[in-house]
Every structure is written in C-alpha cells, then in structure tokens.
Design a binder for this molecule. Structure first.
Ligand SMILES: [Zn+2]
Length: 424
C-alpha cells in the first residue's frame, strides 16, 4: 500500500492548519496540544498514490551523505545516484547539504527515483529539482512552489516557552517572535509562570504541504500570571506612517518605549531556571540595577530607541554601554564580553538592536548582565515603573484595523472559550 509514505503529507497539511477565510471545519482542524484534549479529525486527503508515486521527506542530519539520505528517502536507484554524482548541475546537492534542510523525493514502489526536490541556499526559495525523463534524468533550478497557510495553535507553559512551543509543534522563530511582540509587557526571562498559556495565529510558508519556514504572526494572546495580553498585526493599507505593527484589540500599540528585558530571548535563556538569578528586590536600593544571569555571549538588545552615550570600559562595570533615550532616560548595560561591531558613541540604535554580549568583565563573579535604568539621572527600578507606549491608531485606522483583524481575534476568542471549557 505505501499509505504511511503518502498520507503523511495529507495529514500534516490538513492537521493543525486553518485555511485562510475558511470558517468551516475550524473545530476539526484545531491543533491539539498539551492538556487540550479537543476533538481532532485527521483529514488526510486521499492522494492518488498509485499514479503519483510515493512521496517521502527527510531532514538532513549532521554528517549525512547524499547516499544515506537517498536511502532514507526510500530511493533505491543506482542510476539516480550515478546521475547526481556525475552531473555538473547537481553538485550543489553535495555542497549545500546543511543539517535541517528538508528534501522530498517521489519514488516508484520499487524505489526508482521520479522527482527529487532540494531547497537551495540563498534565501530566494529556489530548489534543485531532479526529474526522471524518458531517457535518464534531468536537473534544473526552479522556484519552490510555495503556499501560505494560516496556522492556529495554543499551548500551556509548563517548564519553558520553548518546551510549550515544542509540544505544540510551533517553530522556534514563532516562539521568539511571540516573546518580541509581548516584550514590552512581559519579561520572558523572569515573568513566565507555570500555567501561563498562549494562542498564536501565524503564517506558515509551505511546500508540498510541509512548512518551509514560518511567516508573520497575525494575532496572538498571552496569559501571564493571570493577566491576558492580546495583539494583532496591522499594516495600514492606506499607507501613511504606519508601516505595520502589533496593536491591542482597541487599537493601542502593544509596543512600549522600552522592552521589559534587555536579553535576547532564546532557547539558552529560556526557562524557569533563570529564576535563581532573580534580582533580590530588597537589595534594589543599594544595587540600583538588575542582574540577569545568562551564558557568556548571550545577545543584549537596546531596550529602547536611542543614541549611544558611552561605549567602553568603566571601573567595576567592565565593558559597558550607556544609551540615552528621548533625552530624559538612560539605560546602562554592564559586564559585557564584547560590543556589537562598529558600535560608537553618537550612533543611533533602535529598540531591539543588538548592542553587545553578556560577559563577566569588571567586578562580576560570573557571567551576567547588569542593567540600569535612569530617568533624569535618577536610578529607577524598570520592573516597577509604568513605561510609555508607542502612539495608538487614529480613528480612521481603527476602522480598517477592525476589518482586517476581526476574524483572527474571533479565532483567539474561540481558543479561549475552548480552553476555559476545559477547566473544571
Ligand atoms: Zn548588578
């Protein structure tokens, strides 16, 4: 039969994805994750297996050879391997065999190669396509046939954001984008709690029903420590100043003038283990800064738009960067192992730009970031003060925003009502 090889693609394509604008089947296609035992119908499309051959997909592992990959792809075709080895245009396959790439192969029942699709480097979504012809094989470079699907997923945080996103099958890039969107309200390094939940609607760029990469997050909701934040993407079609950003349901920008945390959120810095490094708030008055424990080399972001006021070495701070924001605010980042290349006094930086790397220079017992926040040269606890937001949408924009985001926000409502229904 070969059902396993074929139907996998139909399943992956239908399961966990919601066709844009499709209201029907929303329940059936809802991705089920962690503790959400919702009904899910696997709507594997009956592919025409006999006519189309068998479709296999494999991810390149470190150390793979082309021969090993072909074997895993179910290709048992000496002639095909010879062609790949000897044809000039297929040498890219050997040179760009980087781990993580997905190859797809269509074969006959006996393992004869019919089509091989190999994504090429360069970010242009080109692929090397090898096809069996009447006489032998032919290889050519052609654009990958990509489709955009809208995916809706939800998860509960148990140990870390990445633990939750892994369990829900959410790509890392979506998890970090989620942390970026809510980074003005939630410090993902110290605020995450067991039982936090999130729902996210994002674009997935697919090839043959398999995700090639993720696109933009369209809408998301994050419940942290009992408080729910919600944001939807909006780019004003009329143009003007709004090149696109995330807004709350009532049109306020989710973006704050300052990020809650200067550390880049990543797998390394994710998780509750960093709780050991929580600042001792009782010591705040004496310390006048917050220490973020993180491995040497962890990337540090400018928490707000500003200008570099100082970059260099300064006493106990070691290597330090000071930024000035809107003249009143300054932020300081100490004990760095190094600075972003080319960073000079007077440079303009945008919120989220990488300015340096965690280290242990100066008076530091181990690698950590020492972060200070001052208003008018007076130290403030950034965790305790209300930070200003970016401007809200105008009344006209709000109307367009509502039209654009209505269906996404309705889906978030739906996920929430399903989640609440789970609570006894
Ligand atoms: Zn410190």
């Amino acid at each position: 039969m070969g059902v396993a090889g074929v139907s996998l693609f139909g399943m992956v394509a239908a399961f966990g994805t919601v066709a844009e604008g499709a209201a029907v089947g929303l329940f059936a296609q809802k991705q089920v994750v962690e503790s959400l035992p919702l009904p899910a119908t696997l709507m594997a499309e009956p592919l025409e297996a006999e006519a189309a051959g068998f479709l296999h997909e494999e991810r390149v592992q470190r150390g793979d050879t082309v021969a090993e990959l072909l074997q895993r792809l179910g290709v048992n075709d000496r002639e095909a391997l010879e062609f790949l080895r000897q044809n000039a245009s297929t040498q890219l396959l050997f040179r760009q065999l980087s781990p993580g790439k997905n190859l797809t192969a269509r074969t006959t029942q006996e393992g004869g190669l019919q089509t091989l699709v190999f994504p090429l480097n360069g970010g242009k979504d080109m692929a090397l396509v090898v096809e069996r012809q009447d006489k032998g094989f032919a290889a050519k470079e052609q654009p990958l046939q990509l489709e955009t699907q809208v995916v809706m997923k939800s998860a509960e945080v148990r140990h870390s954001l990445f633990g939750a996103s892994d369990a829900a099958g959410i790509p890392d890039s979506v998890a970090t984008a989620l942390a970026d969107i809510f980074g003005g309200d939630i410090d993902f390094h110290r605020d995450l709690r067991r039982g936090d939940r999130f729902a996210v609607i994002y674009e997935s760029i697919t090839h043959l029903g398999r995700a090639v990469r993720s696109g933009r997050i369209l809408a998301a909701e994050f419940t942290n420590n009992g408080k729910t934040y919600r944001a939807a993407w909006f780019a004003d079609p009329v143009g003007g100043e709004n090149a696109g950003g995330y807004y709350t349901a009532d049109g306020k920008s989710i973006r704050k003038a300052f990020l809650r945390s200067p550390l880049e959120f990543s797998r390394i810095t994710s998780g509750f283990t960093t709780a050991r490094f929580h600042p001792v708030l009782q010591k705040w008055r004496a310390h006048k800064g917050i220490d973020y424990g993180a491995p040497t080399g962890t990337r540090i972001k400018a928490t707000g738009d500003g200008v570099v006021d100082f970059v260099g070495v300064k006493g106990g701070y070691g290597k330090v960067v000071v930024l000035r924001h809107q003249s009143r605010y300054t932020t300081l980042y100490g004990h760095l192992s190094g600075f972003a290349s080319g960073l000079r006094k007077g440079n303009r930086v945008n919120q989220g730009d990488i300015i340096g790397f965690v280290g242990a220079t100066g008076l530091a017992s181990g690698p950590h970031l020492h972060y200070e926040f001052r208003i008018g040269d007076v130290h403030q606890n950034p965790l305790a003060i209300a930070l200003p937001s970016a401007p809200p949408l105008t009344a006209q924009q709000l109307g367009r925003f509502k039209v654009q985001t209505e269906s996404h926000l309705a889906r978030l409502d739906l996920i929430r009502s399903l989640n609440l229904a789970q609570v006894d």
